[in-house]
Every structure is written in structure tokens, then in C-alpha cells.
Write a protein of this length. Sequence first.
Length: 453
Amino acid sequence: MSRDNSNDSKSRLTRRHYVAGAGTLATVGIAGCSGGGDGSDGSDGGDGSDGSDGGDGSDGGDSSAELEIVHWWTAGGEQDAYQALLDGFREEHPDVEIVDNPAPGGAGSAIDTVIQNRVIDGNPPSTFQIWPGQALTPYTDEGLLEDIGESVWDEEMRDAYLDGVRNLAQPAGNLVAVPINIHRLNNLFYNVSVLEEAGVDAADIDDPQGLLAAMETVATETDATPMAHQTQAPWSSLQMWESIFIGQQGVDDYQTLIGGDVESLESEVRTSLETLAAYAEYYPEDAGSISWDQGNNQVIEGDAAFLHQGDWAAGQYGSAEGFEFETDWDMVPFPGTSGVYQSVIDSFVFPTNNPSPDETEKFLNYAGTVDAQERFNPIKGSIPPRTDVPMDEFGDFLTRQFEDFQNSNTQPPAIAHGTAVAPAIQSALSEVFANFNGSLNVDAAYEGIRDAF
Ligand code: GAL
């Protein structure tokens, strides 16, 4: 696939205006309480999803019985979580052959081009991983996703989901996606021994500036890298900037920002960029050539102190040998953001012109069940969007996250993970932070952010 092709496809997909919708899906909604489970295993999709003809739009065609899934879960513990999901699906539907087709790259950095080209060419996979909310809009604008409001979202499933998450699955009014998890983005993970050696108590770090001081102390007192950050791809810096901004200015200003009014926040945005630029001194020497999970490995190995990352990082700790929560690693909300549960959600969709309508429907039905979400989320490092998933197998860390979620005041969406702003804005911002990673030029970054909206 040539570059030219991909640019072309992108502009075809992004030719409409997104700005009108930006920021309107601005929160996941009130953290719901868990029903605590009623013993239901929720896997009622069963083979009841019989003989769909693909619904309108997907002409059905010959169902190939092969279910092709495109996703980016190949890193850290993500691969294990994905496999656990497939295991559960196979138990329900042993007849369906799964064609696993990963597009590796953190935060979907490699999936867009592949998917957009295939969907536009009328040659989509059966389903693919995508963030609900704004990321869906290029597809819904062009009518490229099936309405699954009838075939998948039965009443039982609608009732079971958190309202805010279900709403993100219907950016154009009709339900087109099945969300499967809720990650938190504003985490500061750390290696317990490294912080002890440095004499730093994470609970005492009050704000993003305080984190800078803590990193300075780590640098002076230990041999460890203070912040295990990657700059190979821009999304990790974009997301850390989001957390710094919220930590310094609060969520109201963040909502104004994602609503597009950057100019009214010029000095606030500049301050957050200056803080991010100051952090860069404390990144690993190889920051420009590592992936997020390689950075996280440095925390696991005791070669680095802190990591700002979504709680998929905790999924990786789960799959590491002998690296235990609280004794070896721990997490505090990113300084200045306690009470905030910045959410990152993944979902699967039913592209039109579907090569395997029946199998796709079965898979989406399954992804929406208690069984699927109970298998997937504990390994992934996320909490379920259904309110009736028993939480007893989620372990101490996710139990704490779940409590934080329920006690949170607000759950704003993330820019770097597609829910908060339209893809055109997100990709412009990614470019800004790709440049910023190299130049640390605050003026240029401010102007880039202003222009991106
Ligand atoms: C996010 C995605 C997560 C995780 C992360 C790192 O965008 O929602 O599930 O995969 O990227 O790649």
C-alpha cells in the first residue's frame, strides 16, 4: 500500500466536517454501580443469532465462515487478553474459523491506513478494533458501518451497559459498535524499590510540577531512568500532555480545549507544554526507538522509576513473572488528577459489505456478553462497560481502579485514543507532538495545537 494511496483514502474519509461534533461526546457519564452480578453468565448470544442475512446494506453474499479480526493487541499483556476473548468465543462457536490479522502499533498507530483503505475499497475485514465516539464518525458519515441496534444490541444488553459508554457506540444516533472495556489513562505507574531507593513517596506528589521534582530526585539518587517514556510514536507524548493539562488546569478547561477553543487557553496550554518539555530530560536514552511496552519493561526490570500510561501497562505487569502489585509496582492517579477517570475504550464494529455477516454478528454478540468481558478485562488491565460483570476475579489493582471509577467526579474522553476529537484533529495533533518530541519547541506546538482545531 503506497503512501499516496493512504493519503488519498484518508482525505476521502475525512472530507466532511467533524468539528461540529467534537467534544459533544465529552464524558462517559456517571460511573454506574455494579449490579454485583446475578449469576448470569450473560452469554445468551449463543447460536440464537441464526441466519442473519447481514441486514440491510451488507448484501450477505456467501458467508465464508471465516471471521477476520483486525486489531493492534500484540504488546504486553494485550495479546493474552485478546486470546482469552477468542478462547471464550471459540467455546461458544467452535464452528467459526478465526483469521487473526493484527496491525501492531501502540494506540492503533498502524491500523488506520490498513482499515481505511480496505473499507473504502469494499474489502473490509469481518470486524476491526476501533475507539467508540469521534473515531467512528468518518465511517458513520459515509454509511460504512452496519446498524447493529437490532441484531446485536438486544434489550438485555442495552440495559446492562453504562449509559455513557453505550452512547459512544452511536455517534450518528444508531448503534454501530460494541465497546468491550474501559481503560484509565491518567495513571502514574512506578517501581516501588526504585522510589524507595530515591526516597520519593508517590503519594506526596501533588501536581505535574511536583512530578518534575520527583524525577530530579530519582536522577540524583539512583541509576534509574526517571520516566520510561517512548517518543518513537507521538501518541504517548500527546496523552501525557493531556494528563499534564488536566493536572494543572482541571477538567473544565480540558473540555473547553477539546471543544476547540484553544485561544482562550493560550497561556494554560503553553504552561502545560513547558512542563512536558521539562520532563523530556528524564526520558530513557533510547526513548526514540522503543515502544510503550519496551519502556514499561524498564520499569519491570527496575531500570526506570515512573511510567505515565493507560492501565494496559498493568496488564503487562500481570503477565510479567514475579512482579507484584504493591510490593513491586504501584500506581497513583497522575498528579493533580485524582477524582478524574480519563477513559479509553475499545470496541468492535460490523463494516458494510461484510465478508462473513453471520460470523461477525456472532462475534459482536459475544463481545457484548458478561462472559467475554469477564475473561478479557482482568488480563487487559481494564474494567468492563457492562454493569453486571462479577468483579471477584479482577484482582486488587483493578478492584481499586473500579472503585476509583465509581467514585470519580468525571470521566473525560482521551484525545490520543480517538474518543474526544475527530480523527482529522487527532492526526493533526499527533503531528504536532511528533515534532515536539524532537524540537521541544513550545511556540510551534502551541500554534500547531491551535491550528489543529
Ligand atoms: C489504546 C487502546 C488500548 C491499548 C493501547 C496501547 O488506544 O485503546 O486498548 O491497546 O492503545 O496500544
